[in-house]
Design a protein around this ligand. Sequence first.
Ligand SMILES: Cc1ncc(COP(=O)(O)O)c(C=O)c1O
Length: 385
Amino acid sequence: MFAKRTNWNMAPNRLSEALAVHRAAGKPLLDLTVSNPTECGFEYDLSAILKALSNPAALSYEPNPRGLESARRAVAEYYADRKEDVSAEDIFLTTSTSEAYSYVFRMLCDPGDELLIPSPSYPLFDFLAEIQDVSLVRYPLLYDHGWQIDFHALEQGITPRTRGVIVVHPNNPTGHFAKPAEMAKLNALCSAREMAIIADEVFLDFALDGGRAASFAANRGAPTFTLSGLSKISGLPQMKAAWLIAGGPQQWKSEAVARLEVIADTYLSMNAPVQLAIPKFLEQRHAIQEQVIARVRRNLAELDRQLAEQSACSRLAVEGGWCAALRVPATRSDEDLAIVLLTTQDVSVHPGHFYDFASDGYLVVSLITPERIFAEGISRLLSIS
Ligand SMILES: Cc1ncc(COP(=O)(O)O)c(C=O)c1O
């Protein structure tokens, strides 16, 4: 009686099973996979956050498919701060980036149509696509002292059913930004073939060199959807506030916005208290980003210090984001290594295959892990790798 698209293999994998057993036994755990910023010891301005949620204007209902104008104006100002010109009229508020993806997928793709996604990247794409009946085709990212798009492979992945290219900017977990030359190439490729660029910029503000990579939000060179939200930008995933921006050639954009408006109007999924709080939540980003970036830098420095004392493992270059990829000896599968780390060292890490690394020999660690846990976890990891 269920749709085939929900015939998932729900059995836990060996690592999640081992983790459940470990936790149930009450054993200590040095968790180097943390991604929830509210559980990492960052200091939030609690009273400002709570006060923002108690706006009396939330007692009346003003439905708007795009979301409340005051909130969209605050999002447009966030881009203006980055010197990117975005109109509040092109912004749609959503409860998550995942919801924003679903709007885009529904708008662009008939069942079986294809989207190109980077590999390695964020593991949720498979589910997001399956639920919307979209087929994913992976284009490899190449690593040579830094990551870059394999444009040859990307072009070979294009078929008459390809509707767009997903770019995660910077990517999770590789932590690399799309470079201006790559953005130009994507524009040329997508505009020539009537495909859209779908840019996920949830980590855009977390550049380690303190620089500001250009956003896709003001891109005019090809049909573009830019996705971001407060879960990373302000470290507030629990508030469920994100957005989708339509950009690109004017005629295409008008058509896209009209269609998006129907989808968004069907759900009207944003609630009033959070929308009214978005301007204040965006203000919180400065303090939280400062703490997150400082921690990421310190953890990376500690990682490099420990890596310098041995030769079996190394790390890949990181430009931004919250993760580091470690190169480890591929003497067993990454999953086996992660299980051994858990069961013998009480350390939890993600095996590379979780993010679709092309081969064994990679582990991914979270750089927002509290520093003492990170240092001890890395020391134990290196002791057995
Ligand atoms: C690349 C990327 N996009 C989106 C998200 C999730 O964003 P949201 O909480 O807005 O759905 C994550 C979360 O880790 C992510 O890594």
